[in-house]
Ligand binder design. Structure first.
Ligand SMILES: *Cc1c(COP(=O)(O)O)cnc(C)c1O
Length: 380
């Protein structure tokens, strides 16, 4: 059977060059970067080189990049760590209704500790209004956290505009850039953010590696205490193979970012136009908003997304319904609800997320099999 993977927003395969780059650190170069002997020094060089590669993607100094176990840990450290460090200044945070659970649930945990959180809404296109963020700020606000690119629908938020309004009030600005990192240009100075989270396994590195950028080191209480690795911001022996993988993945991403973005943009149009030509009553989420080129969230009126996903899976096509995290539960996605997607479409949404290996042939195969699958799901 032909297998087609169109779920790159959930995770990506490790690229062969990335695997090559990390293997020495699983084998002979296994040293602990904190060790002073040559094993340790070789591992330290790998960590330093990878930090440079990440910093280059962000236009940031290498010293502002901290490695962690991934995007979830980065989001939790920043949100809880700022809340902890700034609790004498205020106990109010602002985020949006369409954030990843690693942001929403970290905020919910703070609410249980007595912090107040404002969840700013989005419009039908899935965009946050910078003025709505500004209107939500109070004397108590210590942190605003709004994502760059949404993982379910791919919409790109006006982070630079939002950050400008936030920082003009002396409030810290965080952005979860996990889905945008390595896919669109991200300069921390242009964005004007104080913190930015990223992850390796969404950009063809391995699972369990990621990190964050921080502008000023003084405002964060670390989550993990121990051996003072990562300048004391994140203790624990470094995941050297993962860090080497992330560094290589960053170098590859910077090498052809614009070309790969354009290539996936054409595939996205081929997919979306093709679906519209062949199938009636479809709704493409965030169609008119600035969007990632690889993400298409398409809802089919009167069909059940889970049934569509399962039928596609039987024919070798891997996609997801809503977010990977809410797959398996039949609750409609919080993102689609926040976008006020009409009830008729709410349960019939599929997320196609394209990647480096996706070809026009793959898209055409999906377009061939999808009309029958949708017709069948609608007849149930
Ligand atoms: C995947 C993802 C995360 C979580 O990152 P992990 O490295 O898997 O913990 C956070 N935010 C967004 C937007 C994501 O897509």
């Amino acid at each position: 059977m032909r297998y087609i993977y169109l779920d790159h927003n959930a995770t990506t395969p490790v690229l062969p060059d990335v695997l090559e780059a990390m293997l020495p650190y699983q084998r002979e170069a296994f040293g602990n970067p904190s060790s002073v002997h040559h094993y340790g020094r070789r591992a330290r060089v790998a960590v330093d080189d990878a930090r440079d590669a990440v910093a280059e993607v962000l236009g940031a100094p290498a010293s502002s990049v901290i490695f962690s176990s991934g995007g979830t840990e980065a989001n939790n450290t920043i949100i809880k760590g700022v809340a902890q460090a700034r609790r004498e200044h205020g106990r109010h945070l602002v985020t949006s209704q369409i954030e990843h659970p690693a942001v929403l649930d970290a905020c919910a945990a703070l609410e249980r500790q007595g912090y107040e959180v404002t969840y700013v809404p989005v419009d039908e296109r899935g965009l946050v209004d910078p003025q709505a963020v500004r209107d939500s700020l109070t004397d108590q606000t210590i942190l605003v956290s709004i994502m760059v690119a949404n993982n379910e629908v791919g919409t790109l938020q006006p982070i630079a505009d939002i950050a400008c309004l936030v920082r003009e009030r002396g409030i810290l600005m965080h952005t979860d850039a996990v889905q945008a990192f390595g896919k669109v240009p991200l300069s921390v100075d242009h964005l004007g953010v104080d913190f930015l989270s990223f992850s390796g396994h969404k950009i063809y590195a391995t699972k369990g590696i990621g990190g964050w950028y921080e502008r000023s080191p003084a405002v964060l209480q670390p989550l993990l205490h121990g051996g003072h690795q990562e300048r004391g911001r994140r203790s624990g022996t470094e995941n050297v193979p993962g860090i080497a993988a992330l560094g290589k993945a960053c170098a590859i991403a910077t090498g052809d970012m614009a070309a790969e973005d354009e290539r996936q943009r054409q595939l996205q149009q081929r997919l979306e136009h093709g679906i519209r030509e062949r199938i009636g009553d479809v709704r493409i989420q965030g169609e008119d908003a600035p969007r990632l080129s690889g993400t298409s969230n398409v809802a089919f009126a009167g069909a059940e997304g889970e049934a569509l996903m399962m039928s596609l899976d039987l024919q070798g096509v891997a996609i997801s319904t809503g977010s990977a995290c809410s797959s398996g539960s039949l609750e409609p996605s919080h993102v689609l609800r926040a976008m006020r997607v009409p009830r008729l479409y709410l349960h019939g949404a599929l997320r196609f997320s394209l990647g480096r290996a996706t070809t026009a042939d793959d898209v055409d195969y999906v377009l061939d099999i999808l009309p029958d699958i949708v017709a069948q799901a609608r007849s149930v």
